[in-house]
Write a protein that binds this ligand. Structure first.
Ligand SMILES: [Zn+2]
Length: 189
């Protein structure tokens, strides 16, 4: 199976498994962001939904199945950069037998705190889903990072002790993120 197809299929399953609140949040995102016609994210949407998003009026009934493509596209986006091994495992878990995935994962950057290849860009204030460090570009271990209000040395120690870069983020880190991205020093996929 090709990687793109694998992501589409897995997102289809995740869509069905999504709880009501996460679905609502994902739909709200589209109407909150103020997309315009040129935005590439809109290309995958049916024309009627594209128009609705550009009008920016959030629908009342977020359970409406006509809104499914909005959620599906956002779920596919979340699979950006995940390893092929993860796609195989996640599809197999759902009863779809896949032996191998063709195509390489999108290029990813290592989080300066946990080292997982979890970031789609470097030094652009992206938050790592493995450890919750915000990558503001600080690389020196003993420099205090503004958005994180801590040094990398402290954050790494916190990560080793309780699984997040700081105590406040313990409940916010995605426990499954470690399965999705290439681990530090792991061989290619
Ligand atoms: Zn991290």
């Amino acid at each position: 199976m090709h990687r793109e197809q694998a992501k589409q299929e897995l997102a289809g399953w995740l869509l069905k498994e999504l709880d009501e609140q996460s679905r609502r949040e994902r739909i709200a995102f589209w109407f909150f962001c103020g997309f315009s016609e040129a935005d590439p994210q809109l290309a995958a949407l049916p024309p009627a939904l594209r128009m609705a998003v550009m009008r920016g009026v959030e629908p009342d009934d977020t359970a409406d199945p006509d809104l499914d493509p909005l959620v599906h596209v956002s779920l596919v986006e979340d699979l950006y950069g995940v390893t092929n091994a993860y796609l195989v495992q996640a599809l197999n878990q759902r009863g779809i037998t896949v032996a191998q995935i063709e195509g390489n994962p999108e290029p990813m950057f290592a989080c300066p705190c946990c080292g997982y290849l979890s970031l789609s860009s470097s030094a652009s204030y992206e938050i790592c889903s493995v450890c919750f460090w915000e990558d503001d570009g600080v690389r020196d271990e003993h420099t205090v990072s503004g958005p994180n209000q801590a040094t990398l040395a402290t954050a790494r120690q916190n990560l080793a002790e309780f699984g997040a870069c700081d105590l406040a983020s313990v409940d916010r880190v995605d426990r499954q993120a470690r399965e999705r991205y290439r681990a530090p020093e792991a061989p290619g996929d």
